[in-house]
Design a protein around this ligand. Sequence first.
Ligand code: SAM
Length: 211
Amino acid sequence: MSDDLPSGVERRGFDGTDRLATRGEPVYGEPTDGEWRAWNPDRSKLGAMLELGMDTGLAGGETVLYLGAASGTTVSHVADFAGPTYAVEFAPRPARDLLEVAASRPRLFPLLADARKPETYAHVVEADLDAIVQDVATRGQARVALENRRFLADDGRLLLAVKARSEDVTQDPGTVFADVREELEEEYEVLERRRLDSYHDDHLGIVARPK
Ligand code: SAM
């Protein structure tokens, strides 16, 4: 396990267990210790990637585009340690919860939008972002990453969680991951990949940078 964590993310003891934690208002009933709140890797693919020691390149303070923000479980932690964080979610119900999460986080900007249509939020999201975090449960996950490449700086990082079942429930996950990787490599160089199964069944974590 790497302790190369972004500034603003620490390993701290909660009820005798060492956990990742960030500083911010609690969001999903997670344990807290003063201003720190535990980051549960069972509920967060990015949390699992950090917990597994993947080299995300995140140092803290980055500009981030987060695709598939849902109710804000993970993006709330990201906004606790990152800089401006643009959170895209297309389902109105979780997006409502996201607004509440953003109320105490001045650097978190929720966007009710479809991640497959980046032209609908291009006027809001700043250019040359340091990182895209993607966790969209949709078919065509590689295509979403390719479409949003336009926002990423040349030395930026894509932190992608691929859900095999969203692509094809009948396919072997290994085959799905290979196909997603091949498509991704049209525009990205894959730096690291790791199965997240110990926290999330049939998910692959990928760290990539633009070619
Ligand atoms: N990343 C969240 C977290 O860790 O807190 C969980 C995300 S959940 C697994 C996937 C989310 O992707 C859902 O909320 C779903 O509505 C959203 N989603 C799926 N397709 C999308 C799209 N095309 N554009 C935006 N959001 C999408």
